[in-house]
Design a binder for this molecule. Structure first.
Ligand SMILES: [Mn+2]
Length: 224
C-alpha cells in the first residue's frame, strides 16, 4: 500500500484533481494532505467535499484551519482570508469547521513523520508544542531567537520529516534537506504548483498552478 502526501492545497481544487489523476493512485492507496486546505483559493468547497467523500483521504491541521476554529470560537476576529473561505464554503461551512476540529497535528508513518508547520529541535514528537506543529508566526519568531540556524538544519528526529506551510527554497520548488526534511508547499495558490510525494518510493508528482489565485481573488474582492 502506498501513501500519497499532498502539500498545501489552499482551495485549489482543479489542481488537486489533476494531481490525483497524474499520481495514478489505486483505491488501496492512502492520501494525506498536509493542511491549509481551504483558505485563499478559488474552490474550498470542492476540496472539502473531496475530503469528506474520499474514504482513503485524510489531512493534518494547518495554521489556517486553526484560524477558522479560533474565529468560530470567538477568540479572534475574522480576517478577509477567513471571510472569503467561509463565503465560498457556503452551506458546507459549519460542517467543514466541525471536520477541522478532528484533524491531527502530526501523523507518524513507517517512513516519515508528517506535520504542517515547524518542528522544534531537541524535542521529541510527543512533546512538540501545538503552535509549533501548526506553524504559528510567534513560534517561528521563537525558533529564530533561540537557534542560530533554521530549524530544519537542526532537525534531529529519527525518521525523515515531511512538512508544508513554507516555501524554503524561495523558488516555489520542493525543498529537500539532506534526505531528512522535505518541504512540499510549492505555493499553488500563489501561482506555483501543487506537489505530492508518493511513499514508500519517495517519488514527487507535481502539477502547475493555473492562476495566481490569491492575487486575483484579493483584487476581485477588494482586499488590501
Ligand atoms: Mn500554513
Amino acid at each position: 500500500m502506498a501513501t500519497f502526501i499532498i502539500g498545501d492545497i489552499h482551495g485549489c481544487y482543479d489542481e488537486l484533481c489533476e494531481l490525483l489523476d497524474k499520481a495514478a493512485l489505486t483505491s488501496d492507496d492512502r492520501i494525506i494532505a498536509l493542511g491549509d486546505l481551504y483558505n485563499r483559493g478559488p474552490d474550498p468547497r470542492g476540496v472539502y467535499r473531496w475530503l469528506r467523500d474520499t474514504p482513503q483521504a485524510s489531512s493534518l491541521m494547518g495554521n489556517h484551519e486553526y484560524y477558522h476554529l479560533q474565529t468560530a470560537d470567538g477568540d479572534i476576529q475574522a480576517s478577509p482570508t477567513i471571510l472569503l473561505a467561509r463565503w465560498l464554503l457556503d452551506e458546507d461551512y459549519h460542517a467543514a469547521v466541525e471536520h477541522m476540529r478532528t484533524l491531527p497535528l502530526s501523523i507518524e508513518l513507517d517512513e516519515a513523520v508528517l506535520v504542517h508547520g515547524f518542528y522544534e529541535p531537541e524535542v521529541q514528537l510527543s512533546h512538540q508544542r501545538p503552535g509549533m506543529l501548526l506553524g504559528l508566526d510567534e513560534k517561528e519568531e521563537e525558533l529564530k531567537d533561540w537557534f542560530d540556524r533554521p530549524w530544519y538544519e537542526l532537525y534531529d528526529g529519527e525518521k525523515p520529516l515531511i512538512v508544508g506551510h513554507r516555501d524554503y527554497t524561495g523558488e516555489q520548488k520542493v525543498f529537500i534537506r539532506k534526505g531528512r526534511v522535505y518541504g512540499l508547499d510549492t505555493r499553488c495558490v500563489y501561482g506555483g504548483s501543487l506537489t505530492g510525494l508518493m511513499l514508500p518510493e519517495w517519488r514527487f508528482v507535481s502539477v502547475p498552478s493555473r492562476i495566481k489565485y490569491w492575487s486575483m481573488l484579493r483584487k476581485r474582492h477588494g482586499f488590501t
